[in-house]
Write a protein that binds this ligand. Sequence first.
Ligand code: EPZ
Length: 433
Amino acid sequence: MKKYVIEGGNPLFGDVQISGAKNAAVAIIPAALMVDGVCRIENIPQISDVSLLLTILHDLGANIRTINRNTVEIDCSRVHNGQVPYDLARRCRASYYMIGSLLGRFGLADVALPGGCDFGGTRPIDQHLKGFRALGAQVEVQGGFINASAAEIGGRLRGASIFLDKVSVGATINIMLAATLADGYTVVENVAKEPHIVDVANFLNSMGADIKGAGTDILKIRGVERLHGGTYSIIPDQIEAGTYMAAVAACGGQIRVCNIIPKHMDCITAKLLEMGVEVEEIDDNLLVRRIGPLMKTNIKTMPYPGFPTDMQPQLAAALCLAHGTSIITESVWSSRFRYADEFKRMGAQIQVDGNLAIIEGVEQLSGAQIEACDLRAGAAMVIAALAAYGTSEITGVQYIERGYEDVIEKFRKLGGNITAVEVADAEEVLSAG
Ligand code: EPZ
């Protein structure tokens, strides 16, 4: 067990290198299952979700060669179909992408229902199952597993027209995976348009798929017979970059966020500019500076290109220190404010009512013992602790390390006083008497 100990109150200065996008990597690794050959994947982030998904691929018979800490070669030419067990699937929501890839390649998938961050609302997968069924699969959910099969239609999915009832990143990607090797043409409407969806489509096309329209609200997929090997580099992580931008908004200072795609940052940059943060685009970097007071603003999370829900907790941390009262409306998830009580322990004035949070800015936050409850809430707590005066201790940091590569080193390089400390967990302490 680990905790982070943070001495806050210092502004941040320096450069931060952004890693490969977590939400692209956790889809591209399952997508590699569909490739009859060697995929060399570059700019892959060193995070626990990636390690877990590579373990699942290995257990299914993939041959995985680590080239360096951010490059792997995955050979799934001899992968066998098999069950994805509960003890692995429950630890990462993206394990459900194994359904689309196994069903797409083998016409059969048996995958335990996923786990992943619980921000207090439900996380259904009805749209995923709707897509698989439209492609001709028999789908049953029983005993905690999803069993999908194309046996009744000869073992290979068939192209279909699908209209999603809800804009869903996961359903869009899962249906794209399943349709890639289907027999015929698939059109999926009302799809999500996030940068990581475009990245997955680009990966598949570089391996021989025929996918058009990624990044728009209509996907057109012409099924192909097989996917060949190739090399692909994952895009930089929009949310990781935004997290460091939110940190300098909260702490003050000036940082250069390096290796980003500026277009992906527009929705986040626009909000920070409203808050009085200065953002200057220089090539593939953003110069982010906050010298003066933070101003209040209102946020409504939306599917891309709207303000991303995965950036909502991080900006909430900064808004706790803004002049005035800000309102956050979480419209993607039914609720995503479990961090609010932890912020209150630091002196924040934040009231939550359903999918609304009302934040009254305070002069300063004070260090406290707080616990991370999901990935982005954990990142937001690091931001709040770096901005607070005094010492904070954050437990539950395994959530943070699911999605942020080298988070301690990157913040220390920016002048953040943050250290990871090993702690005996409660059982060990009790057993020690
Ligand atoms: C992905 O989750 C991301 N996770 C989430 O990021 C992100 O918050 C979310 O997209 C929205 O951008 C990964 O990419 C691994 P959705 P996903 O399907 O795919 C409803 C992070 O912090 N819905 O787009 O699970 C759902 O309840 C993580 O990196 C259905 O109703 O999200 C929600 O209200 C946390 N039925 C909305 O759609 C379905 O079948 C959006 O969910 C699927 C979703």
